[in-house]
Every structure is written in structure tokens, then in C-alpha cells.
Design a protein around this ligand. Sequence first.
Ligand SMILES: Cc1ncc(COP(=O)(O)O)c(C=O)c1O
Length: 384
Amino acid sequence: MFEAQSMQMRIIPPVKPYFQKEDIEDIKNSIEEILLSGMLTLHEYTRKFENEFAKIHKVKYAIAVSSGTAALEIALRCLKLQEGDEVLIPTNTFTATAAAVIFAGGRPVFTDINPKTLCLDAENVQNKITSKTKGIIAVHIGGLVCPDIKKIREICEDHKLFLIEDAAHAHGSTIDGEPAGSLGDVGAFSFYPTKVITTAEGGIITTDDDDINTRARVLRDQGKENFGSNIIIELGYNWRMNEINAAIGIIQLRRLNEIIDKRNAIARVYDREFSKLKALTPIFTPLNLRNNYYKYVLVAEDGYDRDVLKEKLKEKGVRCGGEVYWPPLHLQPLYQRLLSTKKGDYPIAEDICRRMICPPIYPDMSIEDAEYVVAKFKEALAEV
Ligand SMILES: Cc1ncc(COP(=O)(O)O)c(C=O)c1O
């Protein structure tokens, strides 16, 4: 009886990659061509993917790599991070942002966030700069380009710091028409399966700088002076993207605008409906930004237990996405151990991240699905 009921329950997953039937056919054909060619890595598909990604994101170069984490570490190495150099990052990010700094030899220094945007705040950043600061990583959290990015860029210019955009969430997002990935010295994107576009696994670096482009290509391929050579000029790594991942990326890129439009259509329903509820406040996108809505973020009023609310929604078939991020990094056991951070260090992030909740959002969702999610939120709120 229970099984029969649960089989009928409508389940709305938190995320879902977007592959249309004809895209799957095109991917199969590309894979066949790749396998028959024998050129399985760093070849024509990778070059095409890089060129198209660069064009869409209005940069001179894009360098495809094995993951978003690799993209960040290569970016930091290209910017010549030295032992002991400090890099400012928001505390509400994925571990990879901080881990890449450590792997590249530096020390991450967390900063608090703007509660209205969940991103770095220019004033906070300014106050955190010391003689050891070498650069800043701005994270475009949930797909929202850090609204203070231009002020942060000016701060970087004044203090001779580098600016990396962690654009893992921000494919196709813009500020004043300028794309994520074109706003700092280097951009780092991820194509992990939950991301707005995916290559199954993968990442890409964006830059306008000729030297960074050259060095990133060397570093991603074992430090070889070029693909065909065995002359080693840097301590590199196997950070290559293979041709099959690149072929998937080319097909996904074709859909990027369509994906962003579909996500925005869901976000409009959520904006309209959730703003009527006192218990939940949506994070609104400033008018000069195009948000790809990797995440749609709500903040619950004090007094609601987010985890209980999520559990209630799950019982009703609505699976929420992961938060961006809980716990914030300064409360993670690893960083408490390595960096001696503690509860209370970044009170805004602690408060907001504890209360955030991310309803499902993906391109295949219908408007009716979104309205169903809102109805289930209302039911769950009445029960907690
Ligand atoms: C903000 C952020 N930075 C970096 C990464 C790392 O990307 P990847 O998983 O492709 O290594 C992620 C992945 O989830 C992320 O969310």
C-alpha cells in the first residue's frame, strides 16, 4: 500500500542536466567520429569547444581542462602565487576555491559577504587587504555575477592584486552585458554534472592575457612545451580535457541561451510567488545583471528550521538543491584545523547560510512544476 502510494508521488528533483534527443544523437555521432579518428585528447573537438566558449564569454582565450578545481589551480599558478601569499575568498564557497589556493602554495583568507547578494562586498574586501595579500577570488555565487566586481577590480588595480573569477556557477551570466569570465585576469568555470552546462566532468579557463594562455596550456599538459613535445619546462600535471568531454561541451554550448531563458522563466514564477510569503525572502537579481539561475536562493525568516522544512518538502516529493554554502568554509573542520577559523568569525555568512533554502530549478521544469513547488512550500511552512 505504502509502496503503491510512493510510486505515484510526484517527485521534483533538485537539478537535472539538459540533453534533448537530437543532442544525444549528435553526441553519439561525435563520439563515433572521435573513436574512429584515434585522436582522443586535446584535438579538434577541444579546440572548437575552446574557441566557441571564448567567443560567447567575450575573451581572447579559453583553455579546456579536467575540472573547475584544475582551472582554479592553473589560474593561481599562472599568476605566480608564492609560498605564504594570501588570497581573499568569500567564506560561502565550495571547498575547491580554498583548496586550489592551498595546492598552489598560498593561504586562503576568508571574508564575509553582502547579505543581499551573497557575494563578496567591496568594503569588506578593502578592509581585509594586508601586505601579504596577493589577489582576490570573487565567486559568482549561484550564477549571480558578483555585483561589486567592478569596484573589486578597481581595488585590485590600486593594490596591484590579481583578480580571479570563480565562475564555476556562472556560464553565460553577465553584468552590464559583460560576461562572467571576462571581468578579471582569469576566469575559472566548472562543467560538473549539476552545473548550468556540463561535459560530465571538466572545466575551462578564460583570459585575455597572451602569457597566461600559453602558460595554462603548458601546465595542463604535464609542463610540456607543447602537446607534441617531450621537453618539460614547468612542473605541470595531467589536467587535460579529453575529446569526448569537449564534444559534449560543444553540444551543450549550443543550448546555453535557451537553458538560461528557461531557468529565468522558472525564476520569474518563484519571484512572483515567494515574494508574497512572509516566511521566505528571495535573493533578487539587480537589473544590470543577467543571472543564469544556477541556484534560486530563498532566505527563511528567523525561527524556521531550514533542515526541518527541507525534510517536510522531501516527504512531499520536492527535493531542494544544496545551499551555497552550508556550512561556510570557516566552519568546516578542515579549515578550522588548517586556518584556525571559528564560529563567529563571519557572522553575516553564518546567519544567511544557515537560513538559505534552494528550491529545485532546471531547464526541463515546466511553469506548472514551479507552481507545484510553491504550493508544496506553502503546505510545508504551515506544518513546521
Ligand atoms: C564555486 C565552485 N568552485 C569550484 C568548483 C570546482 O569545480 P569541479 O567540481 O569541476 O572541480 C565548484 C564545483 O562545484 C564550485 O561550485
